[in-house]
Design a protein around this ligand. Structure first.
Ligand code: SAM
Length: 283
């Protein structure tokens, strides 16, 4: 058997992400661009005819060229239009640079990104050049560390913290626990906001409810909102906006021009929850 043939056989023809034991999403591989195991996770970049480049960590889709704007715009803009004067921003996770790209559309002073896995940053710089310039912006400080360890020692306070973590398995598990949010609260300025991705309302409802229960004990305003994200489980994603002082529907500034999804009508609509999620949150 020739080496050429062996190599051909190693490359699968499609990548699958299971959303339950019997359902999920698949991507036909136009090309496997990158595959390696870092100290923390399996990292893959594939090329798909429809979605373009897709980043997977431990077989879970993180972002795709075609639909990244839904998730990144909806993670970031609701807090930035609601905060009265945000200048100092923290992102935990988010090593692909997509959330940072949206944050840097505003005239902020400083954005600190704390990513545990430097390999994700390297891969994004090489394969996702439309996201990664944000990682080298002069207002950005990159810190390679575990998010929870970083906030335990942090001597700065932030106006907004975005938790752009992966799902609650692997290195992200601690970023979904009560202890993390308790510590995070101590890093917030008076009118501080935390926004966190919370999972699929369809597939992860139990974990969203668990989070809701402990968040209500920590923050006065616990406001869940949703957005479509075509490549994520169920196609619809949940985020949570947390603050003691700021209410999301009191808009303090216009969003930047040139966004693909977010506008102020979408902002208001996103906080209207369907009946099966109505019990979530404090408002
Ligand atoms: N939008 C994404 C999603 O929900 O699929 C998340 C994207 S971003 C790539 C998630 C990042 O969080 C990964 O790069 C991962 O390495 C990082 N991460 C995981 N656990 C972390 C931790 N404890 N501290 C800091 N970063 C962490």
């Amino acid at each position: 058997m020739s080496t050429k043939k062996e190599n051909r056989e190693e490359v699968p023809s499609e990548e699958r992400e299971y959303h339950s034991p019997s359902s999920g999403i698949f991507f036909k591989l136009k090309k496997l661009l990158f595959k390696a195991k870092s100290d923390y996770q399996k990292i893959e970049v594939i090329e798909n005819e429809y979605f373009g480049r897709v980043l997977l960590l431990d077989d879970l889709v993180q972002t795709s060229e075609r639909d990244e704007f839904f998730y990144h715009e909806m993670l970031v803009h609701p807090a930035l239009v609601a905060h009265p004067s945000s200048q100092n921003i923290l992102v935990i996770g988010g090593g692909d640079g997509g959330a940072l790209k949206e944050i840097l559309r505003y005239p902020i002073k400083y954005a600190c990104l704390v990513e545990i896995d430097p390999k994700v940053i390297d891969v994004s710089k090489e394969y996702f050049p439309w996201l990664s310039p944000s990682l080298e912006d002069e207002r950005t400080e990159l810190i390679i560390a575990d998010g929870i360890e970083f906030i335990e020692k942090a001597d700065k306070k932030f106006d907004i913290v975005f938790v752009d973590s992966s799902d609650p398995t692997g290195p992200s598990a601690s970023l979904h626990e009560r202890d993390f949010y308790e510590k995070l609260k101590k890093c917030l300025n008076l009118e501080g906001i935390v926004v966190s991705q919370a999972g699929s309302p369809f597939y992860h409802l139990e974990s969203i409810k668990k989070k809701d229960a402990f968040l209500k004990k920590l923050f006065k305003n616990v406001c869940f909102y949703t957005s479509p994200v075509p490549t994520y489980p169920g196609g619809s994603w949940c985020f949570v906006f947390l603050s003691d002082e700021v209410q999301p529907l009191k808009i303090k500034r216009d969003p930047p021009r040139g966004l693909k999804y977010f506008n102020l009508d979408i902002h208001k609509a996103a906080f209207s929850l369907p009946n099966f999620l109505k019990d979530l949150g404090s408002n």
